[in-house]
Design a binder for this molecule. Structure first.
Ligand code: ATP
Length: 307
């Protein structure tokens, strides 16, 4: 008898960087009020999903071994959410190929959750409305909505309320991936401690930064990059100071910790400049690996879909 192997649904989903991350006060629900400008960049995870007898997750790629493959994986939670919304049982085999650094402040887990929502909608041929998709995403985590959205966006609340931001052309980044990870809750806790003990400045509204994005001008953007979490990430991982200095010594026009870190991102004037900065930074030995990326790129999207 001929057995038919189902063709997987494949989704590609980008990492995010925060060009601006303003952290407000701690809310009663334990989250901080945020004002952030996200950009989706060309470091991506790929997720393949096929129907199966039981639910499994396998993970390949960089640091795959430290990514949970059970209910702790955000993709698992995304299957639960979509199954509950559509009445499916959620028996699928998911394969995640990580290109996004794990625990790097680039929303890798959130990206996989967003990709799973998009993939399951196609696999199960259900058509949740845009509002339903974004509601499921927001329930799964603060950054999942942006992983669906992609491009460049202003996020508020926990980061889940999004407004598209006009961004002209392409921006070129060098990404320095650290040897270890930082836990996002630890970094927020450290910020609260630092703020209790010293007066740290707080980011103001990113008007000028959004104008620089609209103008497509990296030199105008460079001095406006801002991350309120950076002092906390550097306090927990002091070697980041050296990484940030090495990036600007290598010729980047600005450098910043990405989100909760420890990944650092460096802005370059064009793609050739990014290649030069990446080569120099690789030689400096201040991080585990160096990548080049550009943005903005689209959010979670089906790959080669001709069904
Ligand atoms: P964020 O910036 O969204 O807080 P991050 O980018 O710093 O997160 P992730 O790569 O999402 O970090 O991983 C944080 C932790 O989440 C990991 O240490 C891992 O244990 C867990 N995790 C759960 N699901 C995933 C996934 N699909 N990919 C990577 N990590 C995952």
């Amino acid at each position: 008898m001929l057995s038919v192997v189902p063709r997987p649904v494949t989704v590609r989903v980008p990492a995010k960087i925060n060009l601006h991350l303003g952290v407000g006060d701690l809310r009663d629900d334990g989250y901080h009020e945020l004002e952030t400008v996200f950009q989706a960049v060309s470091l991506t995870d790929e997720i393949s999903i096929v129907p199966a007898d039981t639910r499994t997750i396998t993970v390949r790629g960089d640091h795959a071994a430290v990514v949970p493959t059970d209910h702790r994986n955000l993709a698992w939670a995304a299957v639960d959410a979509m199954a509950a919304a559509t009445g499916h049982t959620g028996e699928v085999a998911i394969e995640i190929t990580k290109g996004i650094p794990v625990a790097g402040g680039m929303a890798g887990g959130s990206a996989d959750a967003a990709a799973t929502l998009v993939g399951l909608a196609r696999l199960w041929r259900v058509e949740p409305t845009r509002d339903e998709m974004y509601a499921m995403a927001a329930d799964l985590g603060s950054d999942v909505s942006f992983s669906l959205h992609g491009g460049t966006a202003l996020g508020s609340g926990r980061g889940e309320n999004l407004m598209s931001v006009l961004s002209r052309g392409e921006f070129h980044w060098v990404i320095a991936i650290a040897g270890g990870g930082l836990s996002t809750p630890d970094v927020y806790r450290e910020l609260d401690t630092l703020r209790r003990n010293e007066s740290l400045s707080r980011a103001s509204h990113p008007d000028q930064l959004m104008q620089a994005l609209a103008a497509g001008d990296p030199r105008r953007l460079a001095p406006l990059l801002r991350n309120d979490l950076q002092p906390a990430a550097v306090s927990l991982m002091p070697t980041l100071r050296r990484t940030l200095r090495a990036g600007t010594d290598a010729g980047a026009i600005a450098g910043i910790v990405s989100g909760s870190g420890p990944t650092c991102v460096f802005l370059c004037t064009d793609s050739d400049h990014a290649v030069d900065v990446a080569a120099e930074l690789s030689g400096a030995g201040v991080c585990r690996s160096v990548r080049i990326a550009s943005g903005p790129v689209p959010g979670a999207r089906l790959v080669d879909d001709d069904r």
